[in-house]
Ligand binder design. Structure first.
Ligand code: NAI
Ligand code: 15L
Length: 268
């Protein structure tokens, strides 16, 4: 197998549960970690319950690890104090541990909400300046910057995957554009871990959907080719229909409903 031990953070979450069995061919041991309970240990697994905000705990978590899939943290908008601990302090603890323990490769679950203030009429690539739409999005920008720093300073390689919407199927018209199938997520992770040299790469995690906002040519060296498409769900959301109902701002910006979270927003 390509790796001895892969650490998956956020293993009890929606995507963690999807990945738990599917990444087993990549390592002798998968170390699963989360704040939440992970149930019984299965074959080829180790379970370490840990709060990412606990620096010593995260350092111990990294022992013997040779690659990390960092999916743990708060996955939606939330009060800043909570985001600060889980996503900002948590990701800082993770990279410090990665550095101290000599881990060479990380795949970081970033989000489209790092660039959610671009309009739905915009087409952007990895060089477009970040435009987070929430404090959650700001925390993902922090993870992207932090991983850039650890690459430039220490040569630790990271692929930041700006995941669109990775669920069983799209649940809104917007998700026909942002949908990332589970198989395509797995392929994006496989490319992120197995490509010989990735440096610091930003990859938009999206399937080969008919409508596109994101150009992945700057991540071409990863060789990621999405196989799925939201087209088979298009009938559920005919043009002009909006389900769930969104007001104009939700349809104007790439971040969609996240623009409606929080106390205030502006339209320009
Ligand atoms: P989720 O919310 O279902 O899972 C996140 C997991 O992180 C949870 O099990 C939670 O207990 C754990 N967690 C939260 N705070 C923690 C802490 N302080 N210490 C340790 N563990 C903690 O989210 P989901 O959908 O599985 O997403 C996984 C990752 O992918 C997240 O980082 C999310 O931001 C990112 N992402 C997901 C997208 C999607 O479409 N599902 C889209 C864009 C990004
Ligand atoms: C995200 O970043 C969230 O983690 C996920 O729950 C979805 O809301 C997704 O973005 C999205 O934009 O659909």
């Amino acid at each position: 197998k390509p790796f001895k031990r892969i650490l998956l953070t956020g293993a009890a979450g929606g995507l963690g549960k999807v990945l738990r069995d599917r990444i087993k061919p990549w390592a002798d041991v998968i170390r699963l970690s989360d704040l939440a309970d992970l149930g019984a240990t299965r074959e080829g697994e180790e379970i370490v319950q840990c709060d990412l905000a606990d620096k010593a705990g995260v350092l111990a978590l990294m022992e013997g690890v040779d690659a990390v899939l960092h999916f743990g943290g708060i996955s939606v908008e939330a009060p800043f104090d909570a985001i600060l601990q889980a996503n900002i302090v948590g990701t800082a603890n993770l990279y410090e541990a990665v550095h101290k323990m000599g881990v060479r490769r990380v795949a970081f679950a970033s989000s489209n909400h790092a660039i959610g203030y671009y309009k739905t009429t915009d087409m952007i690539d990895a060089d477009a300046p970040v435009r987070p739409d929430t404090m959650y999005g700001v925390s993902k920008c922090f993870g992207e910057s932090l991983s850039r720093y650890y690459y430039d300073r220490f040569g630790i390689e990271t692929v930041c995957i700006r995941i669109g919407s990775s669920f069983l199927e799209p649940t809104s018209a917007r998700m026909l554009v942002t949908y990332l199938s589970y198989d395509d997520l797995l392929e994006a992770l496989r490319c992120s871990l197995m490509t010989a040299r990735v440096g610091h790469t930003i990859l938009f995690g999206v399937s080969d959907n008919p409508a596109k906002w994101w150009d992945n040519r700057k991540a071409g060296h990863l060789g990621f080719v999405a196989k799925d498409s939201s087209s088979r769900f298009a009938d559920k959301f005919p043009p002009g229909a909006s389900y769930p109902a969104q007001d104009d701002i939700g349809a104007t910006f790439q971040g969609g409903p996240f623009l409606l979270s929080g106390p205030q927003y502006r339209q320009e």
